[in-house]
Design a protein around this ligand. Structure first.
Ligand SMILES: Cc1cc2nc3c(=O)[nH]c(=O)nc-3n(C[C@H](O)[C@H](O)[C@H](O)COP(=O)(O)OP(=O)(O)OC[C@H]3O[C@@H](n4cnc5c(N)ncnc54)[C@H](O)[C@@H]3O)c2cc1C
Length: 464
């Protein structure tokens, strides 16, 4: 089963079907309108600046984060992270079994790969690290500290990978198009590193949120987390893994949620927005996410406002790093590793750590010779690569009146329904929208003008 905003409501039971049908009824005799109707876009001024990501379309990422697809297991992540005859090692968020899909998870795998290399070699060896993201940078930092001769090869003209900070004069602070949200509970080490580097963050502790539908609003959502935990708990007792959507449906959680309403906001609309918000973390919809391994964690926490890339760049201080250099092939035997570069040159090293994203491996971005073992190929095929995109909008002045920091749009077909209002936190009229899963794919198809127009419509319910 797969829920779209429309089928979800129809699938939720007869009462809700009725509601959808009622909403679609056309008034046979509309009143003539004396003045032209104002389009909602007119309520929201054009933004003074916009930055947006397109990770699905990025050939050096092919997505934003790895996720547990239905049927995948943690053994797949472990298999992906296992070394090839102690010559080629793997790191990167997708190989993390404890914190996949995060900066911390990537750093931990970089650390693990550095330990594996250390155990297999002696410090006079030359080690190549493919990729200058959080995993590659951490592996490089540790190995350089241990005296290895380290070279980092990065295809982009910048370091950071999916940590992607944009610094521009028309923005009051750095814009983050990649990782940006951290949890004080699980990401304590990253937050501590940012503090040490004097990189500013803002806390979302106690930040107000609002759930606004075209017909009303509420400031709390007491149903969707309960529905999710009911479904996930129910799924644990099933013979096989299945999608989150199926578990919500078959456990009865969807039906229970659909019986709730608060003001004009309905329980199943809240649940649908909860799934959209989850998609901004995993990059996948409920129809794709495993019920056995998905953790329902949409709780916002700390936002980085002082430039997240610093944590990666700092680790690479003093390490030989080649930018704009793509590795297209990795050949290995029991004595050496040879890297074929996009330029046609090759580089021979003692060992290599591959940290390219799962999406790149899924798209055969690197040729391995000999072929990767079956366990690696199974892992690459089984794990999911999801897409999350961000859009940052700066306005000359706020057009909104709410002080809420987290805005959720419910009961709409809009693409971007999860928003952060940075004005109460920073004093700057900046809104950040996040979108994940299929909506992110559609988001990337819009050009800047189309996206701006769509977002001005989307944000109209917040205009004073
Ligand atoms: C929009 C978005 C939001 C996110 N939000 C959060 C968040 O809030 N909190 C959080 O903790 N995490 C978040 N993440 C996830 C986090 O960014 C990643 O888990 C982490 O940065 C991955 O690091 P990595 O080193 O594994 O991979 P990457 O950062 O992707 O590094 C791999 C590097 O390899 C390079 N590369 C690829 N192919 C080649 C090649 N053939 N040759 C040479 N180099 C190559 C790439 O350019 C890249 O620099 C988010 C990610 C995205 C995209």
């Amino acid at each position: 089963m797969s829920f779209t905003r429309r089928t979800f409501l129809i699938g939720a039971g007869s009462g809700v079907s009725l509601l959808v049908l009622t909403a679609c009824t056309i008034d046979p005799k509309p009143d003539p309108s004396p003045t032209p109707t104002r389009t909602t876009t007119g309520l929201v001024p054009a933004p003074a600046a916009m930055e947006r990501s397109a990770w699905g379309d990025d050939t050096l990422a092919r997505g934003s984060v790895s996720y547990m697809a239905v049927g995948s297991t943690m053994e797949h992540r472990e298999a992906l992270g296992s070394a090839l005859i102690d010559r080629v090692f793997f790191a990167g968020e997708a190989t993390s079994t404890t914190n996949p899909g995060t900066v911390l998870g990537a750093q931990l795998t970089g650390n693990r790969a550095a330990d594996e290399v250390t155990a297999a070699s002696d410090p006079s060896e030359r080690i190549a690290i493919i990729g200058a993201g959080a995993a590659g940078a951490e592996a490089a930092r540790v190995l350089a500290l241990r005296g290895f001769d380290v070279v980092v090869i990065e295809a982009r003209k910048r370091v950071g990978g999916r940590v992607a900070t944009v610094v521009a004069t028309d923005w009051p602070f750095p814009v983050e198009l990649g990782a940006w949200r951290l949890s004080p509970v699980t990401d304590g080490d990253v937050i501590a590193a940012l503090e040490q580097l004097d990189v500013s963050t803002v806390s979302l502790d106690g930040a107000a949120q609002v759930f606004r539908s075209p017909t009303g609003e509420t400031d709390s959502d007491p149903v969707s987390s309960t529905a999710m935990s009911t479904a996930l708990q129910w799924a644990q007792g099933q013979q096989r893994d299945q999608s989150l959507d199926d578990s919500l449906d078959q456990s009865g959680a969807l039906q229970t949620a659909s019986e709730y309403s608060s003001g004009e906001v309905l329980g199943d609309e809240l649940l649908l927005q909860h799934l959209a918000s989850l998609a901004t973390i995993y990059g996948a919809d409920g129809s794709e996410l495993s019920s056995w391994f998905t953790v329902d964690d949409t709780q916002p926490s700390t936002l980085v406002t002082g430039g997240m890339t610093r944590v990666v760049a700092e680790s690479l201080e003093g390490v030989e790093t080649f930018l704009s250099t793509t590795v297209v092939g990795v050949s290995y035997n029991e004595r050496r590793v040879s890297l074929r570069l996009g330029t046609g040159e090759s580089l021979s090293v003692d060992r290599a750590i591959v940290t390219v994203p799962l999406g790149v491996l899924q798209h055969d971005g690197i040729d391995f010779d000999p072929l990767l073992p079956f366990s690696h190929r199974t892992a690459i095929a089984s794990l999911g690569m999801g897409t999350v995109d961000a859009v940052w909008l700066r306005f000359d002045e706020p057009f909104w009146t709410t002080d809420a920091v987290i805005w959720n749009l419910v009961g709409t077909d809009d693409l971007v329904t999860t928003w952060f209002n940075l004005e109460p936190l920073t004093g700057e009229p900046v809104l950040v929208g996040l979108v994940g899963g299929d909506d992110a794919t559609r988001f990337e198809l819009l050009n800047d003008d189309e996206l701006t127009a769509a977002l001005r419509e989307t944000l109209a319910p917040f205009a004073s």
